[in-house]
Design a protein. Structure first.
Length: 158
């Protein structure tokens, strides 16, 4: 069964997934390969709703694997995805406070997220507030990642 990492942008899902499983699957990379363009480009041309549809199909496919799966931060906004994740037995939420996440997202020049580019800090915080209880609801394990090294986080994951 796939071990699934969820959490807001900047929570370290891909980094930790890579440490847990060198052949982990990154949902954003999987989608990028399918759409043949960057997620930022796709958002600007087709809109977020079209992206969410692709993301939903990808989740169904990828939950079937035996790998560690790093999800996109917005996977929990679709009720059907929350249902799937709730039923799945190995979901880990990498939890952090908004300010920590915001500084990380801002500093990550190699991955400029479309929502970071299109929203104010206040709007992003509202997104975070909306999503946090959803991450908690689907998780089997919650790990506060603030102040922990990747190795410590990895060791905390069952
Ligand atoms: C999104 C998070 C991104 C990516 C897309 C939308 C979101 O993934 O799926 O930009 O809505 O939070 P990461 O959480 O891996 O940055």
């Amino acid at each position: 069964m796939a071990k699934v990492l969820v959490g807001f942008m900047g929570s370290g899902k891909s980094t930790i997934a890579g440490l847990l499983d060198p052949s982990f699957v990154d949902m954003d990379a999987y989608i990028t390969e399918q759409i043949g363009t960057s997620i930022t480009e796709y958002f600007s041309v087709h809109g977020e709703e079209a992206f969410r549809k692709i993301e939903q199909v990808a989740l169904v496919d990828l939950l079937k694997g035996e790998h560690v799966l790093s999800t996109g931060g917005g996977v929990v906004i679709v009720p059907a995805n929350r249902e799937l994740l709730s039923q799945h037995d190995d979901v880990v939420y990498l939890q952090a406070d908004f300010e920590t996440l915001y500084q990380r997202i801002k500093a990550d020049k190699s991955n400029q997220r479309p929502l970071f580019l299109s929203k104010t800090k206040e709007e992003l915080e509202a997104l975070f507030e909306e999503r946090r209880s959803w991450y908690e609801a689907v998780a089997d394990q919650i790990i506060n990642v603030v102040g922990k090294t990747p190795k410590e986080i990895m060791e905390a994951i069952k």
